[in-house]
Write a protein that binds this ligand. Structure first.
Ligand code: PLP
Length: 377
């Protein structure tokens, strides 16, 4: 398989699996237990939390474990809004956020909160001035991600963070796509979320950084885990795996970025030069991994299926539910034409891709597009 869907998920690195295995087998204690087996597990969790804190650039007691990026986003948005409902019930959310934030905002709308969704410009970037304009006296929360998962466009988080801070607005920055590719904007936000399955770590584990002093309620009631803010037996192997994967990702950031962006750039050049009617979506500063390209006269899903038949894995930004295809909310918010949105395909590169794979993928993609155009024209 040629795997060009690395923004969706990545394979678990063997070294990360090796670090996790003892905690799935022999060292299986519950870190909340007081006996030796529990203390051994608790010490592994403590080390993982310390390591993650050092890599994110925060204190250990600002690191909270979750079940993934989705829970981190839900917790930040709902928890921060609920904690500050006495002060106001309005939030500002970028229209290109992951559904974890968009759907959470819609949940809160049903509870009487109001939401201003901010569209990006056609390049895919949110304008900080739009965020500033949307902030009202009753605004308590803002979410603008570090970089978008569909286009890879990097967002001006430092500026947005300053605007939020000076207005007393809790700022959540979804760093799920940037962890391991860009430095963390820890100083500029009140909370940020990461998910290790995006950087060769385990699925079903995530981290929410919450700045000490930031006001947030818990969503999951239960035991005293995570300083009483998130009940549930700690996923010890997940924490150990996340710490190991993040350590590798941060250590190898420059080398990986260089390799991955070279592969992506050569792919984009070959596609734009070699396939008529191919258009790159999103411009400006982008993540090294991402290329979102539309093909005139094609449906993105058909390109995906034909490439899949050739063993090449890519994705579209559209969501498929009950047999109906909903167009990408990100490309829609950017104001792209219907044709451009329907024909978009996302190719995301990773550290295990090779130049030969790029060459094969370009050739197969060209065949697929020609075949579809032959059928559809
Ligand atoms: N946020 C962004 C930007 C993502 O790309 C994703 C996953 O694709 C998530 C949040 C959700 O993370 P998880 O899969 O860990 O729930």
């Amino acid at each position: 398989m040629i795997y060009l869907d690395n923004s969706s998920t990545t394979p678990l690195d063997s070294a990360v699996l090796d670090a996790m295995l003892p905690y799935l087998k022999d060292t299986f204690g519950n870190p909340a237990s007081q006996h030796g087996a529990g203390r051994t597990a608790a010490s592994a969790v403590l080390n993982a939390r310390d390591k993650i804190a050092r890599l994110i650039g925060c204190k250990s007691d600002e690191v909270f474990f979750t079940s993934g990026g989705t829970e981190a986003g839900n917790w930040a948005l709902k928890g921060a809004c609920l904690a500050q409902s006495g002060r106001g019930r309005h939030m500002v959310v970028s229209a290109i956020e992951h559904p974890a934030l968009i759907e959470s905002a819609k949940d809160m709308q049903k509870q009487g909160y109001s939401v201003t969704f901010i569209n990006p410009d056609e390049s895919g970037a949110v304008n900080p001035a739009d965020v500033e304009r949307a902030i009202r006296s009753d605004t308590v929360f803002c979410a603008v991600m570090a970089a978008n998962n569909e286009t890879g466009v990097i967002q001006p988080v430092e500026e947005i963070g300053k605007i939020c801070r000076s207005n007393g607005v809790f700022y959540y920055c979804d760093c799920v796509q940037t962890a391991g590719a860009l430095p963390f904007p820890t100083r500029h936000c009140d909370a940020l979320g990461i998910s290790p399955h995006k950087f060769y770590g385990p699925k079903g584990f995530g981290v929410l950084y919450i700045r000490n002093g930031a006001k947030i309620n818990r969503l999951i009631s239960g035991g005293k885990q995570e300083r009483g803010l998130r009940g549930g037996t700690t996923n010890v192997a997940g924490a150990v795996g996340c710490a190991a994967a993040l350590e590798n990702a941060v250590r190898d950031m420059q080398t990986n970025n260089k390799k991955i962006s070279a592969l992506r750039d050569s792919f984009v050049k070959c596609v734009l030069d070699g396939i008529d009617g191919a258009h790159l979506n999103g411009c400006g500063e982008k993540l090294p991994a991402t290329a979102n390209i539309s093909f005139d006269g094609c449906e993105g899903e058909n390109v995906l299926f034909l490439l899949d038949l050739k063993g090449i894995a890519v994705s579209t930004g559209s969501a498929c539910s009950a047999g109906a295809v909903t167009p990408s909310h990100v490309l829609t918010a950017m104001g792209l034409s219907n044709g451009r949105i329907k024909s978009a395909v996302r190719f995301t590169f990773g550290k295990y891709n090779t130049e030969e794979e790029v060459t094969t993928a370009v050739a197969e993609l060209k065949q697929a597009v020609l075949k579809i155009r032959g059928i559809t024209s």
